[in-house]
Ligand binder design. Sequence first.
Ligand SMILES: N[C@@H](CCC(=O)N[C@@H](CS)C(=O)NCC(=O)O)C(=O)O
Length: 153
Amino acid sequence: MSYTVLSFDNDTFTNFAFYSGIVLAKTLIMGPLTSQARIRHKVYGNPEDTKFFAPGVAVNTTDSTVERIRRCHLNDLENVVPFTLIGLLYVSAEPDYDKALMIFRVFAASRILHTISYLVPLPQPARASCFFVGWGATAAMTAFLFARMYKYV
Ligand SMILES: N[C@@H](CCC(=O)N[C@@H](CS)C(=O)NCC(=O)O)C(=O)O
């Protein structure tokens, strides 16, 4: 039977799928969380939205709660998408299993803690630390990838 690196035959890929699934699901939740805050605070950014959901309420694009959740969502997109794409290339380069697992776990934990720090909110440097740890995990995968590719290009 043939072995494929990007399949559940490969334990590194299985773990990557699990931890990316967690951070992608966390990112996906941010949309409904924003909607919930909009409904609770009656905050809508478009005239057609206020007309339908809250007639008589003015358009508002500056609510601090809604904007905070939106920034948190954007920060996830800035970090989770690169992690997922670079992670696929990283797994295909067949890294050491234990090191890869540690990178996946550190990234997932850092992003969950980043969200908690952003939404509670916790005083800095809590959120900045979470961001840099997660960024470092993706940077480590990128460095490994280039070191591995260097031989071939
Ligand atoms: N796009 C980010 C790049 C740097 C970054 O991600 N910083 C972290 C730690 S301070 C963060 O949580 N930034 C807040 C944000 O993206 O809204 C920014 O504008 O701040």
